[in-house]
Design a protein around this ligand. Structure first.
Ligand code: SAH
Ligand code: MG
Length: 216
Protein backbone atom coordinates (compact mmCIF):
# COMPACT_ATOMS: atom_id res chain seq x y z
CA UNK A 1 0.00 0.00 0.00
CA UNK A 2 1.00 3.57 -0.48
CA UNK A 3 2.13 5.23 2.67
CA UNK A 4 -0.48 7.36 4.41
CA UNK A 5 1.10 10.69 3.49
CA UNK A 6 1.20 9.97 -0.22
CA UNK A 7 -2.27 8.50 -0.08
CA UNK A 8 -3.70 11.68 1.48
CA UNK A 9 -1.73 13.78 -0.96
CA UNK A 10 -3.21 11.98 -3.97
CA UNK A 11 -6.74 12.00 -2.55
CA UNK A 12 -6.35 15.72 -1.87
CA UNK A 13 -5.67 16.31 -5.56
CA UNK A 14 -8.88 14.59 -6.69
CA UNK A 15 -11.62 17.12 -7.36
CA UNK A 16 -14.90 17.14 -5.46
CA UNK A 17 -17.78 15.14 -6.84
CA UNK A 18 -21.15 16.74 -7.62
CA UNK A 19 -23.79 17.34 -4.93
CA UNK A 20 -25.63 14.03 -5.30
CA UNK A 21 -22.44 11.96 -5.27
CA UNK A 22 -21.11 13.90 -2.29
CA UNK A 23 -24.37 13.23 -0.46
CA UNK A 24 -23.92 9.53 -1.23
CA UNK A 25 -20.35 9.57 0.05
CA UNK A 26 -21.60 11.12 3.28
CA UNK A 27 -24.43 8.59 3.55
CA UNK A 28 -21.94 5.76 3.06
CA UNK A 29 -19.65 7.15 5.70
CA UNK A 30 -22.45 7.65 8.26
CA UNK A 31 -24.08 4.26 7.59
CA UNK A 32 -20.88 2.25 7.12
CA UNK A 33 -21.59 1.29 3.53
CA UNK A 34 -18.34 0.00 2.02
CA UNK A 35 -18.37 1.97 -1.23
CA UNK A 36 -15.19 1.72 -3.26
CA UNK A 37 -12.32 3.83 -1.94
CA UNK A 38 -11.64 7.07 -3.78
CA UNK A 39 -8.24 6.17 -5.26
CA UNK A 40 -9.58 2.77 -6.31
CA UNK A 41 -12.64 4.12 -8.04
CA UNK A 42 -10.69 6.89 -9.79
CA UNK A 43 -8.34 4.23 -11.16
CA UNK A 44 -11.26 2.13 -12.37
CA UNK A 45 -12.96 5.13 -13.98
CA UNK A 46 -9.78 5.99 -15.86
CA UNK A 47 -9.59 2.43 -17.21
CA UNK A 48 -13.21 2.74 -18.31
CA UNK A 49 -12.48 6.02 -20.11
CA UNK A 50 -9.74 4.22 -22.02
CA UNK A 51 -11.70 1.03 -22.69
CA UNK A 52 -15.05 2.86 -23.31
CA UNK A 53 -17.33 -0.12 -22.68
CA UNK A 54 -20.95 -0.01 -23.81
CA UNK A 55 -22.24 -2.55 -21.34
CA UNK A 56 -21.11 -3.21 -17.80
CA UNK A 57 -22.15 -5.76 -15.21
CA UNK A 58 -21.62 -4.82 -11.56
CA UNK A 59 -21.87 -7.39 -8.78
CA UNK A 60 -22.60 -5.45 -5.57
CA UNK A 61 -24.56 -2.20 -6.03
CA UNK A 62 -24.75 -1.15 -2.37
CA UNK A 63 -26.33 2.33 -2.60
CA UNK A 64 -25.52 2.82 -6.28
CA UNK A 65 -22.45 4.99 -5.81
CA UNK A 66 -20.00 3.19 -8.12
CA UNK A 67 -22.74 2.61 -10.73
CA UNK A 68 -23.54 6.33 -10.81
CA UNK A 69 -19.88 7.25 -10.98
CA UNK A 70 -19.45 4.91 -13.95
CA UNK A 71 -22.39 6.33 -15.92
CA UNK A 72 -21.07 9.84 -15.27
CA UNK A 73 -17.89 9.08 -17.18
CA UNK A 74 -19.62 6.85 -19.76
CA UNK A 75 -22.70 8.71 -21.01
CA UNK A 76 -23.50 6.02 -23.59
CA UNK A 77 -23.01 2.94 -21.44
CA UNK A 78 -25.62 0.72 -19.83
CA UNK A 79 -24.94 -0.77 -16.41
CA UNK A 80 -26.67 -3.82 -15.01
CA UNK A 81 -26.02 -4.06 -11.29
CA UNK A 82 -26.92 -6.72 -8.70
CA UNK A 83 -27.76 -6.20 -5.02
CA UNK A 84 -29.37 -8.54 -2.50
CA UNK A 85 -29.73 -6.33 0.59
CA UNK A 86 -33.29 -4.96 0.70
CA UNK A 87 -32.50 -1.79 2.59
CA UNK A 88 -29.58 -0.94 0.30
CA UNK A 89 -31.75 -1.64 -2.75
CA UNK A 90 -34.26 0.96 -1.54
CA UNK A 91 -31.60 3.55 -0.85
CA UNK A 92 -29.92 2.83 -4.20
CA UNK A 93 -33.21 3.26 -6.06
CA UNK A 94 -33.81 6.62 -4.40
CA UNK A 95 -30.34 7.92 -5.22
CA UNK A 96 -30.39 6.56 -8.78
CA UNK A 97 -33.81 8.10 -9.48
CA UNK A 98 -32.50 11.50 -8.42
CA UNK A 99 -29.72 11.30 -10.99
CA UNK A 100 -30.10 12.48 -14.57
CA UNK A 101 -28.46 9.21 -15.66
CA UNK A 102 -31.00 6.87 -14.08
CA UNK A 103 -32.05 5.43 -17.46
CA UNK A 104 -28.57 3.95 -17.87
CA UNK A 105 -28.81 1.75 -14.78
CA UNK A 106 -30.76 -1.51 -14.40
CA UNK A 107 -30.88 -2.81 -10.84
CA UNK A 108 -31.32 -6.57 -10.49
CA UNK A 109 -32.58 -7.48 -7.02
CA UNK A 110 -31.35 -10.75 -5.63
CA UNK A 111 -28.36 -12.86 -4.77
CA UNK A 112 -25.73 -12.78 -7.49
CA UNK A 113 -25.35 -16.54 -7.11
CA UNK A 114 -29.02 -16.94 -8.10
CA UNK A 115 -29.83 -14.37 -10.76
CA UNK A 116 -27.73 -15.69 -13.62
CA UNK A 117 -30.78 -16.13 -15.89
CA UNK A 118 -31.87 -12.53 -15.47
CA UNK A 119 -28.32 -11.34 -16.10
CA UNK A 120 -27.78 -13.54 -19.16
CA UNK A 121 -30.62 -11.67 -20.91
CA UNK A 122 -28.51 -8.51 -20.77
CA UNK A 123 -25.30 -10.18 -21.97
CA UNK A 124 -22.71 -9.84 -23.38
CA UNK A 125 -20.77 -7.36 -21.26
CA UNK A 126 -17.63 -5.42 -22.07
CA UNK A 127 -16.68 -5.03 -18.43
CA UNK A 128 -17.60 -6.94 -15.28
CA UNK A 129 -16.98 -5.27 -11.93
CA UNK A 130 -16.94 -7.61 -8.93
CA UNK A 131 -17.43 -5.84 -5.59
CA UNK A 132 -19.61 -8.07 -3.37
CA UNK A 133 -19.08 -10.78 -0.70
CA UNK A 134 -15.33 -11.37 -0.69
CA UNK A 135 -15.60 -15.06 0.08
CA UNK A 136 -17.50 -15.68 -3.19
CA UNK A 137 -15.26 -13.91 -5.68
CA UNK A 138 -14.25 -17.08 -7.52
CA UNK A 139 -17.89 -18.10 -7.91
CA UNK A 140 -18.93 -14.68 -9.18
CA UNK A 141 -16.03 -14.77 -11.62
CA UNK A 142 -16.85 -18.26 -12.86
CA UNK A 143 -20.56 -17.59 -13.27
CA UNK A 144 -20.37 -14.24 -14.99
CA UNK A 145 -17.16 -14.44 -17.03
CA UNK A 146 -19.23 -16.63 -19.40
CA UNK A 147 -21.03 -13.46 -20.40
CA UNK A 148 -17.93 -11.34 -21.02
CA UNK A 149 -17.00 -10.25 -24.52
CA UNK A 150 -13.88 -11.74 -26.05
CA UNK A 151 -11.72 -8.70 -25.41
CA UNK A 152 -13.51 -7.76 -22.20
CA UNK A 153 -12.13 -6.85 -18.80
CA UNK A 154 -13.00 -7.95 -15.29
CA UNK A 155 -12.26 -5.58 -12.43
CA UNK A 156 -12.27 -6.96 -8.90
CA UNK A 157 -12.21 -4.76 -5.79
CA UNK A 158 -10.84 -5.49 -2.30
CA UNK A 159 -8.28 -8.08 -3.39
CA UNK A 160 -5.74 -6.82 -0.84
CA UNK A 161 -8.29 -6.59 2.01
CA UNK A 162 -6.71 -3.73 3.97
CA UNK A 163 -3.29 -5.33 3.47
CA UNK A 164 -4.30 -8.43 5.45
CA UNK A 165 -3.44 -10.75 2.54
CA UNK A 166 0.21 -10.04 3.31
CA UNK A 167 -0.04 -10.53 7.09
CA UNK A 168 1.60 -13.75 8.31
CA UNK A 169 -0.61 -14.11 11.40
CA UNK A 170 -4.27 -13.18 11.76
CA UNK A 171 -5.87 -13.73 15.16
CA UNK A 172 -9.60 -13.73 14.37
CA UNK A 173 -10.74 -16.96 12.77
CA UNK A 174 -13.47 -15.42 10.62
CA UNK A 175 -11.08 -12.82 9.18
CA UNK A 176 -8.35 -15.47 8.75
CA UNK A 177 -10.74 -17.63 6.68
CA UNK A 178 -11.78 -14.68 4.56
CA UNK A 179 -8.17 -13.67 3.94
CA UNK A 180 -7.39 -17.24 2.93
CA UNK A 181 -10.23 -17.19 0.39
CA UNK A 182 -9.08 -13.89 -1.10
CA UNK A 183 -5.49 -15.12 -1.24
CA UNK A 184 -6.62 -18.30 -3.01
CA UNK A 185 -8.70 -16.24 -5.42
CA UNK A 186 -5.70 -14.00 -6.17
CA UNK A 187 -3.45 -16.98 -6.92
CA UNK A 188 -6.14 -18.62 -9.04
CA UNK A 189 -6.78 -15.39 -10.94
CA UNK A 190 -3.11 -14.58 -11.53
CA UNK A 191 -2.55 -17.99 -13.12
CA UNK A 192 -5.84 -18.15 -15.06
CA UNK A 193 -5.04 -19.31 -18.61
CA UNK A 194 -7.62 -17.03 -20.27
CA UNK A 195 -6.83 -13.77 -18.49
CA UNK A 196 -3.87 -11.47 -17.99
CA UNK A 197 -4.21 -9.89 -14.55
CA UNK A 198 -2.47 -7.12 -12.69
CA UNK A 199 -3.19 -6.24 -9.06
CA UNK A 200 -2.94 -2.53 -8.33
CA UNK A 201 -2.27 -1.43 -4.74
CA UNK A 202 -4.79 1.40 -4.93
CA UNK A 203 -7.81 1.75 -2.66
CA UNK A 204 -8.40 -1.65 -1.10
CA UNK A 205 -6.54 -3.42 -3.92
CA UNK A 206 -7.97 -3.61 -7.42
CA UNK A 207 -7.36 -6.50 -9.83
CA UNK A 208 -7.62 -5.78 -13.56
CA UNK A 209 -8.08 -8.93 -15.63
CA UNK A 210 -8.03 -8.64 -19.39
CA UNK A 211 -9.42 -11.52 -21.35
CA UNK A 212 -7.05 -12.94 -23.93
CA UNK A 213 -8.67 -12.51 -27.32
CA UNK A 214 -8.92 -15.27 -29.92
CA UNK A 215 -5.99 -14.01 -31.95
CA UNK A 216 -2.79 -12.24 -30.97
N1 SAH B 1 -19.92 -1.26 -5.59
C1 SAH B 1 -20.40 -0.45 -4.48
C2 SAH B 1 -20.08 -1.07 -3.13
C3 SAH B 1 -20.56 -2.47 -2.96
S1 SAH B 1 -20.42 -3.01 -1.28
C4 SAH B 1 -19.77 0.91 -4.56
O1 SAH B 1 -18.54 0.99 -4.66
O2 SAH B 1 -20.49 1.91 -4.51
C5 SAH B 1 -20.84 -4.69 -1.49
C6 SAH B 1 -22.33 -4.94 -1.71
O3 SAH B 1 -22.48 -6.24 -2.23
C7 SAH B 1 -23.14 -4.91 -0.40
O4 SAH B 1 -24.17 -3.96 -0.50
C8 SAH B 1 -23.72 -6.32 -0.28
O5 SAH B 1 -25.05 -6.36 0.21
C9 SAH B 1 -23.67 -6.80 -1.72
N2 SAH B 1 -23.55 -8.26 -1.88
C10 SAH B 1 -22.69 -9.07 -1.23
N3 SAH B 1 -22.83 -10.34 -1.65
C11 SAH B 1 -23.80 -10.32 -2.59
C12 SAH B 1 -24.41 -11.33 -3.38
N4 SAH B 1 -24.05 -12.60 -3.29
N5 SAH B 1 -25.38 -10.96 -4.24
C13 SAH B 1 -25.76 -9.65 -4.34
N6 SAH B 1 -25.23 -8.66 -3.61
C14 SAH B 1 -24.26 -8.99 -2.74
MG1 MG C 1 -15.29 -2.83 -2.58
Amino acid sequence: MLNEKLHSYIEGLISERNLLLTEMENYASVHNVPIMELSGIETMLQLLRIHHPQKILEVGTAIGYSALRMVHVLPNAQIVTIERDLERIQVAEQFINRSEHSDQITLIKGDALEVEDAISRHAPFDVIFIDAAKGQYKKFFEIYSKYLNNDGMIITDNVLFKGLVAEPVIETKRIRNLVKKIDEFNHWLMSHPSYDTVILPVGDGVAISKRRGESI
